[in-house]
Design a protein around this ligand. Structure first.
Ligand code: 5GP
Ligand code: MG
Ligand code: MG
Length: 182
């Protein structure tokens, strides 16, 4: 149990389970991308731990780059516009694997993919540590998913609650969300 500000969290996915699954994902990606010299694009801040642990187990030549997402509500639009900060022209003609911490409704990842398309990469695939299928509202396929989780708020292993909790080594779930599901 851990308290961050006014909220209490319990462990949902322990570190050992995270690392085992991430190693499996890395092995799969290494097989799928042999001779493709993929470029990983890690979306900050949330994916920093996932990116580090995944990349340690990638066994083929690859590159990694980091982007940040700026999203804002347009006055007359319902959806969020997303813009990638730090995206260089190097992605042209490359096989890109986006590394995300979590895909929830899918609004953010869709914005990222749309923005990335403008730079003309050869291919774009998505690797996300966590996915909330019950909240997902997009058609975009997610090629690599670490764990599908219930529609509950999680922190740790890079994910934050009001910027806190990113340092936790396990994925934690908000206690009140978990209790409501039981
Ligand atoms: P989406 O656009 O897919 O709805 O949400 C994506 C973003 O919302 C994630 O990158 C993350 O920043 C945030 N998010 C969604 N669900 C959670 C969650 O359970 N915990 C935390 N800490 N952030 C979340
Ligand atoms: Mg994210
Ligand atoms: Mg956040």
């Amino acid at each position: 149990m851990v308290q961050l500000k006014d909220k209490v969290f319990d462990i949902l996915i322990p570190e050992e389970k995270l690392l085992t699954r991430i190693q499996n994902m890395a092995e799969q990606i290494s097989q799928d991308y042999v001779d493709k010299l993929p470029m990983f694009l890690a979306v900050l801040n949330g994916s920093f731990m996932f990116a580090a642990d995944l990349l340690k187990h990638i066994t083929i030549p690859c590159e990694i780059s980091f982007v940040k997402v700026a999203s804002y509500q347009e006055i007359h639009s319902t959806g969020k516009l997303t813009q990638l900060i730090g995206l260089s022209d190097e992605v042209r003609g490359r096989h890109i694997i986006i590394l995300e911490d979590i895909v929830d409704t899918g609004i953010t990842i869709e914005g990222i993919v749309n923005d990335l398309h403008k730079k003309n990469p050869t291919s774009i695939q998505i690797a996300t540590l966590l996915h909330k299928p019950d909240a997902y509202a997009k058609q975009l396929p997610l090629q690599y998913i670490g764990f599908s989780i219930p529609n509950q708020f999680v922190v740790g292993y890079g994910l934050d609650y009001d910027q806190l909790g990113r340092n936790l080594k396990d994925i934690h779930v908000l206690q009140e969300d978990r209790r409501n599901m039981l």
